[in-house]
Design a protein around this ligand. Structure first.
Ligand code: PEP
Ligand code: MN
Length: 263
């Protein structure tokens, strides 16, 4: 169902009044985790001013260690909804499991399925039963084919509103957090009609290097970017080492839109 052979023209995913896929690019920006009202609302205003059309922020966080910050959970969803109301930005947050799906779906415009859950088939099926747009992230060690098959699980249940997201894969390289697989962008664009996003933050995991990967993603043909932005990255409760501050984000957005316009 997700193959271009079945449907040659680009699919457009409707999020509020945004059209994702086809022509133009969209940027989702915001903190790794929602931390406070002040943090999420100030970030929402800053990223909107710089040109982002959607806000990200984790409420239910799938952390590698059980002793790390696990997110504000339901309170985080409520704060995201406030930021949405104040700025009009569309909102995305991760749905970590089927138990919290209904609550997450109620408060967000896009359901983010995280890398660690890419092959959580019961979650994919449950998300496929909803009619909410989904941002499906590539698993840490998943092939392009496996990502497409995970999308197939969602679309097969009737939810065609799926955006794929390359977010870096695990390789032998350990200078960076992951290896952003730029190869996946043109491959996915030719294999499927679904929109393709890139997460340069998790993809490289090095703050100073994130803008270069944002530019590369758009130059390689991505339909959009999801990037971590925090008012004070060194003080972030998660992923501060890969989060841009407001000034860095604004500068990167200028470069990205110049590339997008030149294409
Ligand atoms: C995130 O977006 O903060 C996140 C946890 O991403 P991933 O699932 O790609 O690791
Ligand atoms: Mn993160």
């Amino acid at each position: 169902l997700v193959s271009r052979e079945v449907k040659p023209d680009d699919s457009i995913v409707r999020v509020g009044n945004l059209n994702i896929g086809g022509a133009g690019i969209h940027v989702i920006a915001g903190p790794c985790s929602v931390e406070s009202h002040e943090q999420i609302v100030s970030t929402a205003h800053a990223v909107k001013k710089a040109g982002a059309t959607m806000l990200r922020g984790g409420a239910f966080k799938p952390r590698t260690s059980p002793y790390e910050f696990q997110g504000l959970k339901g309170d985080g969803l409520a704060l995201l909804a406030e930021a949405r109301k104040e700025t009009g930005l569309m909102v995305t947050t991760e749905v970590k499991d089927t138990a919290t799906l209904a609550a997450v779906a109620e408060h967000t415009d896009i359901l983010q399925v995280g890398a660690r859950n890419m092959q959580n088939f019961s979650l994919l099926e449950a998300v496929g039963e909803t009619r909410k747009p989904v941002l499906l992230k590539r698993g840490i060690s998943a092939t392009i084919k496996e990502l497409l098959m995970a999308a197939e699980y969602i679309v097969a249940r009737g939810n065609t509103q799926v955006i794929l997201c390359e977010r870096g894969i695990r390789t032998f390289e350990n200078m960076t957090r992951n290896t952003l697989d730029l190869n996946a962008i043109p491959m996915l664009k030719s294999l499927t009609h679904l929109p393709v996003f890139v997460d340069p933050s998790h993809g490289i995991g090095v703050r100073k290097a994130v803008p270069a990967m944002m530019r590369a993603a758009i130059a390689a043909g991505a339909d959009g970017i999801i990037v971590e932005v925090h008012p004070d990255p060194p003080r972030a409760k998660s992923d501060g080492f890969q989060s841009l501050d407001f000034a860095e984000f604004e500068k990167a957005m200028g470069e990205v839109s110049a590339i997008a316009h030149a294409m």
